[in-house]
Design a protein around this ligand. Structure first.
Ligand code: NAD
Length: 290
C-alpha cells in the first residue's frame, strides 16, 4: 500500500537520523599500537592519529630526550594513561624484544606495529663505506625485521596489523643514496614475505611509501638535507619547492598525510588487503613530471 510504503520510508529516515546522533565508537578503541622511531616526525603523527581513534600507543626510539618530549606533548592532548615510551635501539635484538615485552606488560599485547625508526644516508658509491652500508641496513632493514619478529608470535593469537614505513626510494633510485634505497627496497619485500607468513593467522602486513616529508622530520635537518640539496644542485631552502613542483598534485607531503595512510592499514577499513603499498607522494610514483 502507498501509505505503508510512506510510513516505512519515514520510519527508516528517523532511524537513520537517530543513528547519526549516536556517538560513534572509535575505530581503534581497545587496540595497542607500538611505533618504532616514535619520537620522530612521522612516528608522532601516527601516534596522534591512533590516539584520536582511541588506541593506546607505545613509542620506542633511540633518542630518550625526544621520547620524553613526545610523551609530554601527547599526554597534554590525550590521556597520559594511553601513552607509554620505551627507549630502544632497533638494531639491538635484546632491546627490541624488551620493548615489546614492556608494551605487553603495560597494555596486554600489541595489535598494531608501525616499523618506522630510520635514518637517511647519502653518498656516492665510491664514498659509501662498508660501515655506512651496514649501519643503514642495521637500522632500516634489520630494525624492521627485528620489530616484526618480536610481535609476530603474540599477534598469531588474535591477529594484527604491521605497517612498514618504506619510501619512494624503495621503488625508484635517488642520486647518491644507494645504501638507503637498497635498504628501503628490502623492507618492501620483507613486508610481502611477512604478509604471506602472517595471512593464515590474521596478521596483515602493508607498506606506506612517503615521498619527501621535510617538515617535522629530524632526517631533514642535517647532513641529508645538505646532501640532497647538493644532489639536485639546489640551495637547501629550495628543497620544499623542488619537491612540490615535481609532484603531479603540486603539493608537499606532511607527516599527517603519512599517518592517514598508516591509519588505513592499521584499521579494519583495510581488512581485505595485505602485502600492499600506498604511495603517499602527491602522484610522484605514477608519472614523470620534472
Ligand atoms: P625522523 O628523523 O623525524 O624520525 C626517525 C626517528 O627514528 C627519530 O626519532 C630517530 O631518533 C629514530 N631512530 C633513528 N635510529 C634509531 C635506532 N637505531 N633505534 C631506534 N630509533 C631510531 O624522520 P621521519 O621522517 O619521521 O622518518 C620516519 C621513517 O620514514 C624512516 O624510516 C624514514 O626512512 C621514512 N621516510 C621518511 C621520509 C622523509 O622525507 N621524511 C621519506 C621517505 C621515508
Amino acid at each position: 500500500l502507498p501509505e505503508q510504503e510512506a510510513f516505512d520510508i519515514e520510519y527508516w529516515l528517523l532511524e537513520e537520523a537517530k543513528l547519526q546522533r549516536m556517538p560513534k565508537p572509535k575505530a581503534l578503541a581497545g587496540k595497542v599500537a607500538m611505533i618504532t622511531g616514535g619520537a620522530g616526525g612521522i612516528g608522532k603523527a601516527c601516534a596522534r592519529r591512533f590516539l584520536r581513534e582511541g588506541a593506546c600507543v607505545v613509542l620506542s626510539d633511540i633518542d630518550a630526550d625526544a621520547l620524553d618530549a613526545a610523551e609530554a606533548e601527547l599526554a597534554g592532548t590525550y590521556s597520559a594513561d594511553l601513552v607509554r615510551t620505551v627507549p630502544t635501539d632497533v638494531t639491538s635484538e635484546e632491546a627490541v624484544a624488551r620493548s615489546m615485552l614492556a608494551a605487553c606488560r603495560a597494555y596486554g599485547g600489541v595489535d598494531i606495529l608501525v616499523a618506522n625508526a630510520g635514518i637517511a644516508a647519502s653518498a656516492p658509491l665510491e664514498e659509501t663505506t662498508l660501515d655506512m652500508w651496514r649501519k643503514t641496513f642495521a637500522i632500516l632493514s634489520e630494525g624492521y625485521f627485528l620489530a616484526a619478529r618480536a610481535v609476530f608470535s603474540q599477534m598469531k593469537t588474535l591477529g594484527g596489523s604491521i605497517v612498514m614505513i618504506g619510501s619512494k626510494n624503495a621503488l625508484a633510485a635517488s642520486p647518491n643514496a644507494s645504501a638507503y634505497c637498497a635498504a628501503k627496497a628490502s623492507e618492501l619485500h620483507l613486508a610481502r614475505c611477512l604478509a604471506l607468513e602472517g595471512a593464515a593467522h590474521g596478521i596483515r602486513v602493508n607498506v606506506v611509501n612517503p615521498d619527501a616529508v621535510l617538515s617535522g622530520s629530524k632526517i631533514w635537518t642535517g647532513k641529508w638535507r645538505r646532501e640532497r640539496a647538493a644532489a639536485y644542485a639546489l640551495r637547501e631552502d629550495e628543497l620544499e619547492e623542488h619537491y612540490r613542483r615535481r609532484s603531479m598534485l603540486q603539493r608537499n607531503v606532511f607527516p599527517e598525510d603519512i599517518a592517514e595512510a598508516v591509519y588505513f592499514w592499521a584499521s579494519d577499513a583495510s581488512a581485505k588487503s595485505t602485502g600492499n603499498i600506498i604511495n603517499v607522494d602527491a602522484g610522484n610514483a605514477a608519472a614523470f613530471t620534472r
